[in-house]
Design a protein around this ligand. Sequence first.
Ligand code: ATP
Ligand code: MG
Length: 647
Amino acid sequence: MSDVPSKLYEESGKLKVTVKPGRLLEKVSKEALSDPEKFWSEQARNLVWSRQWDRVLEWNPPFARWFAGGLLNASVNCLDKHMNSETKNKAAIIWESETGESRTLTYFQLYRHVNKFANVLRNLGVRKDDRVTIYMPMVPELPVAMLACARIGATHSVVFSGFSSQALIDRINDAGSKVIVTADGGMRKGRLVDLKKVVDESIGSTPSVEHVVVFKRMGNEVRMGPKDLWWHEAVEKAAPYCEPEMVESTHPLYILYTSGTTGKPKGVMHGTGGYLTHLYSTAKWVFDYKKDDVFFCTADIGWVTGHSYIVYAPLMHGITEVMYDGAPDYPKPDRYWAVVEKHGATILYTTPTALRMYMKYGDAIPNSFDLSSLRLLGTVGEPINPEVWMWYYKTIGKEGCPIIDTWWQTETGGIMLGACTGIDMVPMKPGSATFPMPGVDAGVVDENGRPVSPGTKGYIVVRKPWPGMLLSLWGDDEKYKDTYWSKFDGVYYPGDYALVDHDGYLWLLGRADDVLKVAGHRLGTMELESAFVSHPAIAEAAVAGKPDPTKGEVIIAFLVTKEGISKSEALRKEIVEHIRKTVGPIAAPDELYFVGKLPKTRSGKIMRRLLKSIASGEKIGDITTLEDGAAIDEVRQAYEELKKVLG
Ligand code: ATP
Ligand code: MG
């Protein structure tokens, strides 16, 4: 393992791994890359089309049109398709609330709800190509609303229910939505989230909106204005069947704004046929769905993981899934484990940030649940620290479940890198996302776009179009070209650092814009943070650079300790020493702060640019996607206090 970036990864030697990639995977990937169009057209045949495509790919760089000429409908692929099979009466969604309430919907029931709601939208004048903003809590009616839009050819734009009015206004206006679908409220950590009030605050500033449909979730009192109507009343009057609108393969299925970790959120636009093909295949390869699987993806549907791997992929496959509406740690820090035990989840797909939170509370909590139903564990959203990987593997998977780290983005539509257990089991390496999906031509290049040698850090790129790729950014082709296609000629630039090791495994090393330059050395935030987290007292870490006249940049670290650890001067020294030893003296932080929490986006990612702004006294940019405003204050306060102490 000498080729991996630091001593940290020697940890991975603790796992008995052999280093030859699976033979079959190698073969499938090779064939796929030798003729990607042929390969993807075979995959597309897994979908239901009402008209076959004329051309597999029309590529006018950087715009790709997959399966042009083909006609299909996403809701038919998720629902109608199962109506003549044994899946019809199988559980589609098992919904669970934070208070432990459950509700189950079969495929037939979901089909009926979607048909009726599609008619509600049609009755409100929504037509093909219109946009509908969906601002709902994590209840089954959220996927119902999405699939109803898809059924009539409208483009949905789901806005995460944790956002407040300005973020909602910006997204409604950007999309020019005709209808908003919302609820009288949601529930988060025992408190009512008053969604309807936020919509009411927005409505004066969103001229395109003609109607607001309100789902009764909480039963609290809400003001019903002239544009408002109740979901249940409208549905009651709607006809039970809605003829699906067959749309072109390149028809925009949805717009989704990115999580805004690096700047202003971008309106990523996804098509239908290519996107669904990518999802169908990647879900089959990565999760290796079996008939009796109970798939538990903990994402919120407000983010792409929820769109792709709660709504579209599992339903196309006729899988039973758990949809959880609540925080991972409320009322107690045991909710995911309780849900796994209660519903017998076989696959868990979650985030490193949730795992770090659970790790902080120790092993006793997960050990008190029966997690034996689990057979596969996945992660997404951020690089997974090897330390956290090992914990997931041992404490949750009891060393019996593969851990699949999946790298992808809102823009890529579906998984791009990850182990394909459905094709062939490859040896695992803790912290590595392993290999590209078959048919995905990903690699790592240097500043000049040339492939780097094994073990050298570079930029991850995708060299050929893939079916799940975004159509463009909504209403902004220029920004689309500029953001993703201008750094390297004709190659997609995701903006993440990575390296390939001597066995061909890919390692993600954090965001390219998060890199620190200390005394001429380029240090990845991910590697540094993993080094902090590998200290037994530390639960979470975030590092940022601060301009320094001599070194260029110095490192400042913000650390969250595990439960019951006292934040002493001795600990501070010990941690600095730990970093010197594990990464090297160059990486020793100049400033180190203990904080109660880190500023994160609503999707759980650390907003490092904020830390950087605070440390260098700059203005803080767009923070509409920040999870908890209090976290910035806390970081700022810790910083100010230390400044005083240090003089
Ligand atoms: P914005 O683009 O607005 O800054 P964002 O990049 O956080 O927001 P997403 O599309 O939700 O929005 O996240 C994709 C990014 O998340 C990737 O580019 C990568 O930086 C990170 N990521 C996702 N999965 C992984 C993973 N398995 N390993 C490493 N990084 C990951
Ligand atoms: Mg991004």
